[in-house]
Design a protein around this ligand. Structure first.
Ligand SMILES: NC(=O)c1ccc[n+]([C@@H]2O[C@H](COP(=O)([O-])OP(=O)(O)OC[C@H]3O[C@@H](n4cnc5c(N)ncnc54)[C@H](OP(=O)(O)O)[C@@H]3O)[C@@H](O)[C@H]2O)c1
Length: 303
């Protein structure tokens, strides 16, 4: 019988791609979602309601592996106190709920793999290259990722192998980050943000899906792994490459940092700051990135 992988937030950008990869590799897939969805021949949907601490337990009880992708969008809305709480709790509460089902039912899975983000290193603008050993930062993204990852470690106390995928900005065809920025470039309003010197660590969705697959199947993988290319792309480099692929040159002046701070508040950090991140640890597991060149990757996503 096919091994079953339960995906939380499996209906999102990463989840949909990972579902295809898992099915291609002979797994059966279950998805935990807040909304009712119709099963397909290869995907079984289950419901949960985190506010009511409710989950259809069968989803967890039949899983051989669990991948946790659920969470409120980080840059969807201004980071008010309420929004920050929602961003954090939409990532930690699902883990707590799964932990209690596993524990109460004396159930184990072969691995629990969770999304995390390179935001754990904080809004670093220096040239330092962050590795998985770099301590978490004290800003909002740093502390959020740290609490998120610490909650994943609770699953580890049940004797379950846990892996945390510290993800960079994910590029896909008309999805995720590109879906947000391409329209403004196509309307002629694409611009460099702030100084443009901030690093923008990225990964193609196909590579990310393969990293998740490896984290599921490779029993040697434990703990945190950075999932992004270390090619030192900056916001200015990305913006110019994107504009040129779309057939434009950027005429807009760079959008000043103070303007973005007024428009976006604290969330402006997410676009004005960036990190240089090492991908050595994941490569040492034998993983090879298929997409390493920014221009070719953007061409792949946009055509
Ligand atoms: N995409 C990126 O560039 C990127 C970069 C770094 C890290 N990550 C992390 O990777 C994970 C997956 O990213 P993604 O791009 O696939 O995200 P996504 O497209 O926004 O999907 C996330 C899924 O989480 C569920 N969700 C949203 N709010 C929720 C809430 N309040 N409670 C429970 N579930 C909720 C939704 O599923 P239902 O509506 O079906 O419940 C949604 O489809 C996220 O944790 C994200 O932070 C992504």
């Amino acid at each position: 019988m096919a091994q079953n992988v339960l995906l939380t937030g499996g209906s999102g950008f990463v989840g949909k791609h990972l579902t295809d990869v898992l099915i291609d590799n002979g797994f059966s897939v279950s998805v935990l979602s807040r909304s009712e969805q119709k099963d397909t021949p290869s995907i079984t949907y289950y419901k949960w309601d985190l506010k009511k601490n409710f989950v259809e337990k069968e989803a967890v009880l039949k899983a051989d592996y669990i991948v946790h992708l659920a969470g409120e969008g980080i840059v969807e809305k201004r980071w008010t106190k309420k929004r920050k709480k929602a961003i954090l709790e939409s990532r930690t509460k699902p883990i707590e709920l799964i932990y209690s089902v596993l524990k109460e039912n004396n159930k184990t899975v072969k691995a629990f793999v969770s999304a995390s983000a390179i935001g754990i290193y904080g809004a670093i603008t220096s040239h330092k290259i962050c590795t998985e050993e770099t301590p978490p930062a004290n800003d909002f993204l740093g502390t959020t990722c740290q609490v998120w990852e610490n909650t994943v470690d609770k699953i580890n106390t049940l004797g379950i192998r846990t892996v945390k995928i510290r993800t960079g900005i994910v590029f896909g065809k008309n999805e995720g980050f590109l879906k947000k920025v391409v329209p403004s470039f196509n309307s002629g309003f694409g611009a460099v943000l702030g100084t443009g010197k901030q690093y923008l660590p990225w990964i193609h969705i196909d590579d990310l899906s393969e990293i998740y697959l490896k984290a599921i199947t490779d029993e040697g993988m434990h703990g945190a792994y950075n999932a992004c290319i270390t090619d030192n792309t900056t916001n200015a480099g990305f913006s110019k490459t994107l504009a040129s692929i779309l057939g434009y040159s950027i005429w807009m002046p760079a959008i000043p940092a103070f303007f973005l701070k007024i428009a976006l508040g604290e969330m402006s950090q997410a676009v004005l700051k960036g990190q240089r991140v090492s991908s050595q640890k994941i490569q040492k597991t034998g993983f090879e990135f298929q997409f390493t060149d920014l221009e070719k990757t953007l061409l792949n996503c946009l055509h």
